[in-house]
Design a protein around this ligand. Structure first.
Ligand code: MSP
Length: 493
């Protein structure tokens, strides 16, 4: 069996409902998975939920339910949202599943035996929201977490450490030898600097947190939620089968068919966990490293950071219920280069909807098909005209594929919209509706060229707007042309 293209999202915390930030990473992964599938590759797309830790326990307590009930409910909400957003994930791993917990426990014992995990004492400034100790040098005003801007607490405990410091040089060497690993490049610089600045061993167990995976050899210690969570990428892929665990006897996947992952998509705030800690754990296990870790930027909303207290958290359904799933998917990846930060404003959303989708694409399709109904009759199965538009489309395809491989989604979409612009210009210049009166043969040729170029554009937009692409395909397929409703009715007001 050949290795599949293995792509992952982070597994999401369940202390709050899914918002546009979670949707962003998941849709990006879906876009890449669909693109690779369309290119004929076998793909495995993993997402899931990160269900242990003090924050989840607290959220459940506040709601007056058990953590298990809480996580069952919110995990189901995440699953339903992904379905509604047309996400085609192959698996959905929950860290409370036995298949995952068992692998985490086993890995802990393996590393303990090897000496990569050892028992010690730890004291430090702990941020409850990060579920992590914050280094003294990073505290704001000597006390606050730089991400959450909330006060940290000084905590001391007996704990097991992962010997992260032993991997500093190996990581630095790895980054040098695998320049594609840290992506995008500008974000990788920060990681290299961080590693070169020296790595401290990492506390990987907690005695205070009850809602966690207990270690097998010292069960009053539960495993630190990040150590637990990162392992999902290999537990879901069947690492337990490789370890010979009996829970994995009938597991449907073979680890080597998936691993190493081709890319982990994550947000920039969790880059260090994925680009420093995770590879070090894999090195300690003697498992190959993922080929790439790609950290995208953050969305603000109307210029402000999303937060509960400001009350500006966008639930994807607020947008999709009004404007459709595809317009939402399109906007997120056209508006901002993947990798950079962006701002979600309803005005820019409407502007793009009307300009790019209703006018440029939607009108092009309806103009073309309306004229074709009168002048072409039936759409043939093939058209071999060697005209300029089709040539441009072939050139655009090369550029499009390059951009997709580089994860430059906005540029890939630009290729599609440049062609769409060319087509609209072509119609304005050739005026088929006038030409039809004097030269029906030439008119038919022009319209067929438009139809067949539209078919190519459709392939470009399909990973981004799957339902739209299906509908366009239906309208453009060989045969008689009917009357159709607009693809994207303009948003008024
Ligand atoms: N549970 C960890 C990940 C463990 S992976 C082994 C976690 N979960 S999370 O629920 O906080 O979700 C993180 C994902 O949501 C990241 O990819 C992050 O970038 C994304 N976003 C959360 N808010 C965001 C924005 N405002 N903008 C863009 N993405 C953001 O971290």
């Amino acid at each position: 069996m050949t290795k599949k293209f293995y792509i992952t999202t982070p597994i999401y915390y369940l202390n709050a409902a899914a918002h546009i930030g979670h949707a962003y990473t998941t849709i990006a992964t879906d876009i890449m998975a669909r693109y690779k599938k369309a290119r004929g590759q076998e793909v495995y797309f993993l997402t899931g939920t990160d269900e242990h830790g003090a924050n989840i326990e607290k959220a459940a307590n506040t709601a007056g339910v058990t953590p298990q009930k809480w996580t069952d409910d919110i995990a189901a909400q995440f699953k339903a949202l992904w379905k509604d957003l047309d996400i085609q994930n192959d698996d959905f791993i929950r860290t409370t599943e036995p298949r995952h917990e068992r692998v985490v426990q086993e890995i802990f014992e393996i590393l303990l035996k090897k000496g990569d995990i050892y028992k010690g004492k730890y004291g430090g400034n702990y941020c409850l929201s990060c579920e992590a100790y914050i280094d003294e040098s990073e505290l704001l005003d000597g006390k606050c977490c730089p991400v959450h801007k909330k006060q940290t607490q000084y905590v001391e405990e007996e704990t097991y450490f992962f010997r992260l410091s032993a991997y500093q040089q190996k990581l630095a060497d790895f980054y040098k030898e695998h320049p594609a690993f840290l992506s995008p490049k500008f974000r990788g610089v920060e990681i290299s600097k961080f590693v070169d600045g020296g790595l401290k061993d990492l506390s990987v167990t907690r005695t205070k947190v009850k809602w966690g995976i207990p270690t097998l050899s010292d069960p009053k210690h539960t495993i630190y939620v990040w150590f637990d969570a990162l392992i999902n990428y290999i537990s879901a892929a069947g690492y337990g089968k490789k370890l010979g665990l009996k829970e994995y006897e009938n597991y449907p996947l073979n680890f080597d068919d998936l691993w190493p992952a081709d890319v982990h998509f994550i947000g920039k705030e969790i880059y260090r966990f994925h680009a420093v800690i995770w590879p070090a754990v894999l090195m300690a296990l003697g498992v190959a490293l993922p080929k790439k870790v790609f950290a995208h930027g953050w969305w603000t909303v109307e210029g402000e950071k999303m937060s509960k207290s400001v009350g500006n958290i966008i639930n994807p359904r607020d947008i999709t219920a009004k404007y459709g799933v595809d317009a939402f998917r399109y906007f997120l990846f056209r508006e901002v280069p993947f990798g950079g930060d962006g701002d979600f404003s309803i005005n820019s959303f409407k502007r793009r909807f009307n300009a790019d989708l209703a006018n440029d694409l939607g009108n092009l399709l309806s103009r073309t098909l309306n004229m074709a109904a009168k002048n072409v009759g039936e759409i043939p199965a093939e058209y071999n005209g060697e005209a300029n538009l089709l040539k441009a489309a072939r050139r655009a395809e090369e550029a499009y594929n390059e951009h997709m491989e580089e994860l430059a989604f906005d540029k890939a979409l630009d290729c599609a919209w440049t062609l769409i612009g060319d087509m609209n210009k072509y119609i304005d210049e050739t005026k088929p509706w006038t030409l039809a009166k004097t030269d029906p043969a030439r008119t038919k040729q022009i319209l067929l060229e438009l139809i067949f170029t539209l078919k190519r554009v459709n392939v470009f937009i399909a990973p981004f707007m799957p339902a739209t692409a299906l509908e366009m395909q239906r309208r453009l397929k060989a045969g008689a042309i009917e009357k159709y409703a607009p693809l994207f009715p303009r948003i008024e007001g």
